[in-house]
Design a binder for this molecule. Structure first.
Ligand code: HH2
Length: 337
């Protein structure tokens, strides 16, 4: 997307009164009749859809291809399952296979469309976990879920190709990599060979150091360019674009202002032609904005941020609080003004 003709964000609306010349965003229910053009070093300006390059406009208007059998005509809920002792909000709560399986089943019954299972915390300052330890944490849980009849798609949150391979062999359907398949030099080829969808997330630096001094010229355009480069690298490795989700990586090497700039411009990421996944759940910026130091008490702020994503057409929300989020999405879907 390092495009001399600029970057475009459709101004998405849900209003039941729609101008005749408005275009449906990816088949509805959101629509747009104007876009914002973003350029480095220039003030954003309004443009008509006719001024948007045809390939980008087509990405704004075409229905996305389902991921793991999930139609993306509404925002899907990805339930977080951290089988770790040290995750920032639920570390140690589900670190036995029994407890993890019970929580996964509970999340599915509450309305999770897909489960994201991780065996290594990526919170700021977290230590790296050896691959064999990560495999010992996630594989028995995936196996137990599959043998226990849980049919919901399972994503594995890992940076390591051997973990990805073991998880898919056990029954996982999607690879969620917070380093966009850059951490491990075998990851691109492994993902292509496994023929499963991947989520490519932007993170600036390693979890250990990423919050030390994050700095960008233009955070939105830099994250966009990075994801564009990674989508192209994935395509070149044999992963078709229809199997790729993108994620701006809220909180990964970003200050409060960076996170807010990304959240307020999320719709620009639809120009990449991939469904957008958003992870805001319980994150530190919510604690900062709402003065809530306890991560487990951040569900209301997480839902507010998630709904802002829904209004910008985000196709998947990665959340800890399933029933609360599902209820908010159900109500928000019927409110159109
Ligand atoms: N956030 C976390 C972990 N994985 N993956 C994607 N695609 N997007 C995210 O925003 C994202 C992610 C961090 O949250 P959590 O898993 O709750 O914590 P921890 O990394 O401490 O286990």
């Amino acid at each position: 997307m390092t495009d001399p003709s600029g970057y475009y964000r459709p101004m998405l609306c849900a209003d039941s009164v729609k101008p005749d010349d408005a275009l449906w965003f990816q088949g509805g229910p959101l629509w747009f009749s104007r876009c914002v053009r973003l350029d480095r070093g220039r003030a954003p300006c309004f443009v008509e859809p006719e001024q948007v390059p045809a390939d980008v406009l087509l990405r704004f208007t075409s229905r996305p291809v389902p991921i793991c059998g999930l139609a993306l005509d509404r925002t899907r809920i990805m339930g977080v399952l951290n089988v770790t002792p040290d995750s920032f909000s639920d570390g140690g709560r589900y670190d036995t296979t029994e407890r993890a399986v019970a929580h996964a089943a509970e999340m599915v019954s509450e309305g999770a469309d897909i489960l994201d299972i991780g065996g290594e915390s990526t919170r700021p300052g977290a230590d790296t976990v050896p691959a064999d330890v990560e495999i010992e944490r996630v594989v028995p849980v995936i196996e137990a879920l599959r043998s226990g009849g849980i049919t919901a798609p399972i994503s594995v949150d890992t940076r390591k190709s051997v973990v990805a391979r073991a998880a898919v062999a056990a029954g996982a359907d999607l690879l969620n990599d917070v380093t966009a398949l850059t951490y491990d030099s075998d990851s691109l080829a492994t993902a292509a060979e496994l023929e499963v969808p991947v989520c490519l997330m932007h993170a600036a630096g390693d979890p250990k150091t990423m919050q030390e001094k994050p700095s960008y010229g233009d955070v939105v355009l830099e994250v966009l360019d990075y994801l564009d480069t990674r989508v192209r690298a994935a395509e070149n490795a044999g992963i078709p674009r229809v199997r790729i989700l993108v994620d701006p990586g809220i909180g990964f090497g970003k200050t409060l202002d960076h996170n807010l700039a990304l959240l307020n411009n999320l719709a620009v990421f639809h120009g990449l032609g991939c469904p957008v996944l958003l992870g805001v759940s319980r994150k530190r910026f919510i604690g900062t904005l709402a003065d809530e130091p306890v991560a487990g008490r951040r569900a209301p702020g997480s839902i507010a941020a998630g709904l802002a994503g829904v209004r910008q057409g985000v196709q998947m929300l990665r959340v800890h609080d399933i029933s609360e989020t599902r209820q908010a999405l159900a109500v928000a879907a019927r409110l159109t003004a």
